[in-house]
Design a protein around this ligand. Structure first.
Ligand code: SF4
Length: 399
């Protein structure tokens, strides 16, 4: 199996992807509405809010997906990425109560939990021989400060030095800085010194404070989300970014969200992956939420790929959209399906039915079924290995 490396800034993206893209899109007969977008790409003009809204109005989803897929192919060829990771949600106790959140509990709830450092390490021990990343996000625990997380991260690195720590969303960083009376940069630096590798992108929801005040009142503002990620990038911590769609936002607000992330990515080169995922509907938590249909999920993924030229990877987050949709999304501009995960509460409490017992072989098969070549990656998209799934014994026909 071949192995290779890439700089963080490239994240395995072809350096000449824009030229490759222009060559491929010139060869296609586009509809009138998409030709306007293609012309701007050929002229190196950045797409604006109106262009993005027009992409949401485009009637032919397959054509839109084709344009997005040509972007993906120009950047990564037939490669599609996954990793071998485990999710550990360290606590569900949270001082906030975002309306879309099915995970958080008050401290007195009968099913509230907060893993001690030893309990956390016991969980990780079960998986550490075959994962290279632990992904940890959780509630805003009222008593845990930055020193608690530094102790946790140091123990992880002492006992499992090969495991990267992708942990703590922007609102968790803000909460830790407040509980610890430190600046955001001081908080991030202490965590980085203790072993933090990168930040996940969770909590962006929609970067519009009007929407945020309704769906996640009390969370960090849009600007705070961007500032915390910028502070991380400034000290060399790469991060992902997300978009929760299908609550109450408009198409224009989705595009404005993407453009804010695109602009920050262009400024810092610190965003590695954009993860758009639909709200999993639950009439009790956010009854006014829209439903995201399958075609809308594919449309958002395709538009993300076309709009976000400063963020290398687009993830089809199978924990949220399921395996079948993730497989399709790999033909609509996505190039990554996240990882083995193994245990996950946040999406599953919100209604996800995605299996948690997958190994790398099953992930590689999902990628292969989509027509792509499965590539196992590390957390920061700097180390890669082509992965050939093991052949299954042929099933004999029943006679
Ligand atoms: S989304 Fe995060 S911050 Fe909001 S209630 Fe849930 S756990 Fe707390």
């Amino acid at each position: 199996m071949s192995k290779w490396k890439s700089a963080i800034i490239d994240a395995d993206r072809n350096k000449d992807w824009k030229d490759r893209l222009k060559t491929s899109i010139r060869q296609v007969q586009w509809s009138e509405s998409l030709q306007l977008i293609v012309d701007k790409i050929l002229d190196d003009e950045q797409l604006n809010v109106t262009d993005g809204c027009n992409l949401f109005e485009t009637k032919n989803l397959n054509e839109l997906g084709h344009l997005a897929n040509l972007h993906k192919i120009a950047m990564f060829g037939n490669n599609a990425y996954f990793n071998s990771n485990v999710h550990i949600n360290q606590t569900n106790i949270c001082v906030l109560a975002c309306r879309f959140c099915a995970f958080r509990r008050g401290p007195k709830a009968s099913d509230a939990y907060a893993l001690s450092i030893d309990s956390y390490l016991s969980e990780l021990e079960k998986y550490s021989s075959y994962v290279n990343e632990v992904h940890s996000v959780g509630g805003l625990h009222p008593e845990w400060d930055v020193d608690h997380y530094c102790s946790l991260f140091k123990r992880i690195k002492e006992e499992h030095p090969h495991v990267s720590i992708k942990a703590l969303t922007a609102v968790e960083i803000k909460h830790l800085s407040q509980v610890s009376s430190l600046s955001i940069t001081e908080t991030l630096s202490k965590l980085q010194d203790a072993g933090l590798t990168s930040l996940p992108g969770g909590g962006a929801e929609i970067l519009d404070d009007g929407v945020r005040n309704i769906i996640c009142n009390g969370k960090e503002s849009s600007q705070e989300y961007l500032d915390i990620h910028e502070a991380a990038h400034d000290i060399g911590l790469p991060s992902n970014c997300t978009m929760l769609f299908g609550t109450i936002e408009t198409a224009k607000q989705r595009i404005e969200h993407m453009i804010q992330l695109r602009d920050l990515g262009a400024k810092t080169n610190g965003f590695q992956c954009f993860v758009p995922y639909p709200f999993l509907p639950d009439s009790t938590r956010l009854p006014m939420a829209q439903l995201s249909t399958g075609q809308e999920i594919l449309r958002v993924i395709a538009i993300s790929r076309i709009m976000l030229d400063s963020i290398p990877h687009i993830k089809a987050y199978r924990m949220n959209i399921g395996d079948s949709m993730a497989e399709l999304a790999l033909q609509y501009g996505a190039d990554d399906i996240d990882g083995t995960v193994k245990q996950e509460s946040i999406m599953h409490l919100a209604g996800s039915k995605t299996p948690l017992n997958y190994g790398v072989n099953q992930l590689a098969k999902l990628v292969t079924r989509s027509g792509n070549t499965p590539i196992k990656r590390n957390t920061t998209y700097t180390e890669f290995e082509e992965f050939v799934p093991a052949k299954e014994p042929r099933r004999l026909p029943v006679v």
